[in-house]
Design a protein around this ligand. Structure first.
Ligand code: ATP
Length: 335
């Protein structure tokens, strides 16, 4: 089978980790034609804007994109490229699986949870105003439609992947109308899935409990901002941002990207960890039905991490991106 997908290498460490992932995908004998384009600060000179229509058109045409981290140019009045992309393509669900990795020592074991984040509204709706000098407001938007869609995504995911519980994060005690609506709608959707347990917890309580015992969580369903914060907290539980993959799913398109940003502090030094983007690519393969290859990549990553000999700096090692890439290729199980 020949595939054609869009590739956005991004900036910062993006091009380095993207190149590593393409090498590993090639070693899997996958035939993917990449339509390469880009967004963000690196294309400003060519297009004069960070998210031109050609990028959106490419993803709409191919339906699937693999995307490196992207920096939005600061101070030029542009809204976040990542937020813009999710809105323009209606990628309403952010899906971030977080699990313990063999051989990666952290204070927590047996973490195996999924962060499901509503991707299009909340405080990310971009409705900010300066109402008077020295006074600014941001509107938190919650709609019945988006809440229902993300709730259904979470419960369907539980059903399809054999997960048992959805924990719904909220602050309905304080923001009664917005978070209250979110909870009401999720409760209605949950009633259609009586075989999946649901629980509603205040966001601050989740932060407390996840630090005590992350293994008590299965799927955590959150509105946009809480989901952003929870993704990084959860990544910290299993070894950091270099390991955690993600997917942005819509009805027509899906964009696969790591949770981490462009890490300018280590960009261009050949020492970024490509595993987060690689596991995002494995999610992409799973999504399109290439399950065997998705599994091969996960197994190779586990094998290398468990052996512990080849690790990048974020995991306490000294290996380069290239060395880790080769180690993963060498560890790929036979087809
Ligand atoms: P953004 O605001 O764009 O989301 P951020 O402020 O969350 O970015 P990141 O770019 O994600 O920051 O990086 C946070 C820290 O984690 C940095 O110190 C960076 O070096 C480290 N880091 C992130 N991703 C990786 C990676 N793939 N490999 C190694 N280190 C990483």
């Amino acid at each position: 089978m020949h595939y054609r997908f869009t590739l956005l290498p991004g900036d910062g460490i993006g091009p380095e980790v993207t190149a590593a992932v393409l090498e590993i995908l090639k070693a899997c004998d996958l035939h993917i034609d990449w339509e390469e384009t880009n967004a963000g600060a690196s294309i400003m000179d060519t297009y004069g804007e960070p998210l031109p229509q050609v990028v959106l058109d490419s993803i709409k045409r191919n339906r699937i994109a693999l995307k490196g981290p992207i920096t939005t140019p600061v101070g030029k009045g542009f809204t976040s490229v990542n937020v813009g992309l999710r809105k323009a393509l209606d990628l309403y669900a952010s899906h971030r699986p977080v699990r313990s990795f063999p051989g990666v020592k952290t204070p927590w074991e047996n973490v195996d949870l999924v962060v499901v984040r509503e991707n299009t509204e909340g405080l990310y709706a971009g409705l900010e105003h300066t109402v008077a000098p020295g006074v600014a407001t941001a509107l938190m938007m919650i709609s019945r439609k988006a809440s229902e869609e993300i709730a259904r995504f979470a419960f369907e995911h539980a059903r399809n992947e054999g997960r048992r519980k959805v924990t719904v994060a909220h602050k309905a005690g304080v923001t009664r109308l917005t978070n209250g609506l979110f909870c009401d709608v999720v409760r209605e959707v949950a009633a259609d899935y009586p075989f999946v347990e649901s629980e509603f917890m205040e966001m601050d309580n989740i932060c407390l409990e996840i630090g005590r015992d992350p293994s008590r969580f299965d799927i955590i369903l959150l509105e946009n901002l809480f989901g952003d914060i929870m993704s990084d907290i959860a990544a910290g539980l299993v070894g950091g941002l270099g390991l955690v993959p993600g997917a942005n799913i819509g009805y027509k398109c899906a964009v696969f990207e790591a949770v981490h940003g462009s890490a300018p502090d280590i960009a261009g030094q050949g020492k970024a960890n490509p595993i987060a983007l690689l596991l995002s690519a494995a999610m992409m393969l799973h999504y399109i039905g290439e399950r065997r290859n998705a599994q091969r990549i996960n197994t190779a990553v586990d094998t290398v991490l468990e052996a512990g000999r080849v690790r990048t700096g974020d995991l306490g090692g000294t290996a380069s991106t290239a060395e880790l890439t080769q180690a993963i290729i060498d560890a790929l199980p036979r087809r």
